[in-house]
Design a protein around this ligand. Structure first.
Ligand SMILES: [Ca+2]
Ligand SMILES: [Ca+2]
Length: 334
């Protein structure tokens, strides 16, 4: 998912919110009009410029610590899909459950290809594994907003140097309202018009958590600087009009992508939603005023540890390919 849709230049200052601690006292009820998992229904990798282009706040060069973020193309019995992920072990990819499951929570994945972009090279490393290497919590039921929308794909081997491996939040880590960094390969666009550009290029963006929706689910709103669209404030959570032209939203294709806070993965991108208030245009399209939902890694600390303890699979395929190989994948817009 992820349209690092953003780009509103504010005339006023965009003072950063002080880093308040977010506790379960900050659980807010939501009147959701519509919500969607941020998976995109097609492989859309194919533009070599996913990185190596430092222009703009949402593109980033290699080697700044985000090179453990990966793209996943997932072949399910229902089609082929794009999601995002991150390395949390040399052979473990953190992702979202809905990328691999049907709407009742069953794993219907036949194979997964994981694409890494190592620091300092122009090549892409790919590993492909069977759907049996996807681990999803037993409690996952397939609903769009779900405490258990988290997954781990186990790979047979490491990608090697140049691909970062991240820690995830645990019991000792404090979730705050300080600006976070989110990374994904999903759709792109501007906040005023939404997710209008193709997915398949890696982007980062920034936002703040506004509240818990449950002990496992965090939300952030997509601010344009206007109180009228400060959805978090309108629902009784944090009042904060955003990060100016750094404010970003996720979009379809960003699902499973990591959210970083204090250098660790605090959450996984899960869904986007429109509420009864705030959205600027009446459609669920990653515009200003919508909210993004994320599943907490701290909530799943013990489950993640249990999966990381499973030995890696014995057979695997590693291919080193130029980005040209990616361009052979058919591009489709959402
Ligand atoms: Ca916000
Ligand atoms: Ca909208």
């Amino acid at each position: 998912m992820r349209s690092l849709t953003a780009v509103l230049l504010l005339t006023g200052s965009s003072s950063l919110l002080s880093a308040g601690i977010l506790t379960f006292d900050n659980i807010v009820p939501l009147s959701v009009l519509s919500a969607e998992s941020h998976i995109v229904a097609a492989p859309a990798l194919g533009t070599p410029g996913d990185i190596n282009d430092a222009a703009g706040p949402f593109r980033f060069p290699r080697g700044i610590g985000l090179d453990g973020t990966v793209a996943l193309t997932i072949t399910k019995t229902t089609g082929t899909f794009l999601c995002s992920g991150a390395m949390i072990g040399s052979t473990a990819v953190l992702a979202a459950a809905h990328c691999f499951a049907d709407n009742t929570g069953n794993n219907i994945t036949t194979s997964v290809s994981v694409f890494a972009f190592p620091n300092g090279t122009t090549s892409t490393l790919t590993q492909t594994v069977l759907g049996s290497q996807v681990h999803i919590p037993d409690q996952y039921t397939g609903t769009t907003i779900n405490d258990y929308d988290i997954a781990v794909v186990r790979l047979p081997g490491s990608f090697g140097t140049g691909v970062n491996i991240y820690d995830t939040f645990g019991a000792g880590d404090t979730i705050t309202t300080a600006p976070f960094t989110v990374v994904g390969f999903g759709g792109r666009g501007a906040g005023a018009t939404g997710n209008t550009l193709p997915s398949g290029q890696r982007r980062r963006g920034f936002n703040n958590f506004d509240a818990f929706l449950s002990p496992a689910v965090l939300i952030s709103d997509f601010d344009n600087g206007l109180s009228a669209n400060d959805t978090s404030c309108l629902i009784g959570a944090v009042c904060h009009v955003g990060l100016g032209n750094l404010e970003a939203s996720t979009a379809p294709g960003d699902s499973g992508g990591p959210v970083f806070l204090n250098g660790k993965i605090v959450a996984v991108s899960s869904f986007g939603a429109r509420l009864t208030v705030g959205d600027i245009d009446g459609a669920l399209n990653s515009t200003f005023g919508e909210i993004n939902g994320f599943v907490s890694t701290r909530f799943h600390e013990q489950w993640l540890d249990s999966i990381l303890a499973i030995p890696e699979p014995g057979t695997w395929f590693l291919s080193l390919a130029g980005l040209g190989a990616l361009t052979a994948l058919r591009r489709r817009t959402r």
